[in-house]
Design a protein around this ligand. Structure first.
Ligand code: ADP
Ligand code: 5GP
Length: 195
C-alpha cells in the first residue's frame, strides 16, 4: 500500500458479466494479448472447487469461517455473496499488493456487487461489462460448459437477467459474439485508457 494506506496509485481493470458471458475465457486471452501488463487477481471464495480447479490458481478456496474471519479483519478490498447460493467471493488486498509489486494493473473478474464497491473506492477504475449477443447464448454456453447442475444453471440464468440491468453503470459494455473480436476490443479499450 502507499503512504495513505490505500491503493489510490493503482490502476484497476474490472471485468463483470453474467455467468456464461465468457469472462474466464476472455481473461486468459487478455493476459496474453494486452499491451499493458495485467496481473489477474486470484479471488477468495467459499464455494467448493470444480473439477480441475486448483487452490491458489483459480481461487483461494476458504471455509465460511475463514472467509468471515478475514473479512472482519479488513483483508478484502471488496466482497459479496454471489448468486444467492450463500457462497461468498472477494478480492484480497494482498492480491492488489501483488499486482503492484509485479508492476502491472490489477485485473479483477468480479460480480456486479463487488464492482460497485470498487467503483466507489476507486472512481478511476476501468470497468467493463461483458455480454453475450442474446439471452439464449448464456443458456447454450452454460450447458455447453458442462460444469453446473440444472438447479445451478437456472439460478445463474435468473441472476444474469438482474445483472444485465446493471450494465449501464460500467464505463464500457462489450459483446462477446466472436471471441477474437471481443478480446481485440478490450485490448484496445485498455491501451487507450488514460485517467
Ligand atoms: P464465464 O466465466 O463468464 O461464466 P466462460 O468463460 O466459462 O464464462 O464461458 C462459458 C462457455 O462459453 C465456455 O464453454 C466457453 O468456452 C464458451 N465461450 C466463451 N466465449 C465464447 C464465444 N465468443 N463464442 C462461443 N462460445 C464461447
Ligand atoms: P464462479 O462460481 O462461476 O467461478 O463465479 C461466480 C461469480 O462470482 C462470477 O459472477 C464472478 O464474477 C464472481 N466472482 C468471482 N470472484 C469474485 C470476487 O472476488 N468478488 C466478487 N464480488 N465476485 C466474484
Amino acid at each position: 500500500m502507499n503512504e495513505s494506506g490505500d491503493f489510490s496509485d493503482m490502476q484497476f481493470v474490472v471485468l463483470s458479466g453474467p455467468s456464461g458471458s465468457g469472462k474466464t475465457t476472455i481473461v486468459e486471452r487478455l493476459l496474453e494479448r494486452s499491451k499493458i501488463k495485467l496481473i489477474k487477481s486470484v479471488s477468495a471464495t467459499t464455494r467448493k472447487p470444480r473439477k480441475n480447479e486448483v487452490d491458489g490458481e483459480n481461487y483461494y478456496f476458504l471455509t465460511h469461517d475463514e472467509f468471515a474471519r478475514r473479512r472482519e479483519q479488513g483483508e478484502f478490498l471488496e466482497s459479496a455473496e454471489v448468486h444467492g447460493t450463500g457462497n461468498w467471493y472477494g478480492t484480497l488486498r494482498s492480491e492488489i499488493e501483488r499486482a503492484r509489486q509485479q508492476g502491472g494493473w490489477a485485473l479483477l473478474e468480479i460480480d456486479v456487487q463487488g464492482a460497485v464497491q470498487v467503483m466507489h473506492k476507486y472512481p478511476r477504475a476501468l470497468t467493463i461489462f461483458l455480454k453475450a449477443s442474446s439471452e439464449a447464448d448464456y443458456e447454450k454456453r452454460l450447458r455447453g460448459r458442462g460444469t453446473d447442475s440444472e438447479e445451478i444453471i437456472e439460478r445463474r440464468l435468473a441472476n444474469a437477467r438482474k445483472e444485465l440491468e446493471q450494465a449501464p453503470q460500467y464505463r464500457y459494455q462489450v459483446v462477446n459474439d466472436d471471441l477474437d473480436r471481443a478480446v481485440g476490443e478490450i485490448v484496445n479499450i485498455i491501451s487507450s485508457w488514460r485517467q
